[in-house]
Design a protein around this ligand. Sequence first.
Ligand code: IMP
Ligand code: MG
Length: 193
Amino acid sequence: MTQLPDIDMKRIQKKRIVLHQRRFKLFLTAGEIRKIVVSVASKINKDYRLKEPCLIPVLNGSFLFAADLVRELNIQAEVAFVKKSSYSGTRSAGKVRGLLGLNQDIRGRHVIVIEDIVDSGRTLVAVLKDLRRHHPASIRVAALLFKPGAYRQKEKIHYVGRRIPDDFVVGYGLDFDGLGRNLRSIYMLDLRK
Ligand code: IMP
Ligand code: MG
């Protein structure tokens, strides 16, 4: 069998990166993200021990968070991805496009919506509205990142991985116009000229 080379953390965890000619600086390392994910998972493990929740990650941004989170769960759980997107460039576009892909029967189920990031909260509100039409027994929200300074809604976010300033971030599933989702760390837009 061929030997795979060790992952070169220095090479993949750069301090600064450039995407679409914009500069970003390291904000959360892969190790820091891992600790956040483990802490969210341990709360869910405790709260849902006998509830067999249905986790609903919102694509595209939450695919890595969801993948890492579910592997830290030691409870019975189902996973069903949905898709909804309101972003274009580095600013929330305002309009939320339609929900795709819920082919799971969530009536009477305990649902946990998994979000990569909650910014204005428009996407979250639209997702919750759609999901409530299916009459789940309960709905909670787990978000890796939360921008309290940008949030404009009343919906509670039960599990917040990390509160962050109202600045644009990229990496670990989050994109900047399609790029950066594959980064292991999270980077913040560097506004200095
Ligand atoms: P909201 O509807 O304004 O809360 O935006 C939520 C969605 O926009 C998230 O699910 C992300 O996909 C995307 N988003 C919000 N803030 C950022 C960011 O800082 N970087 C990348 N994507 C973001
Ligand atoms: Mg996005």
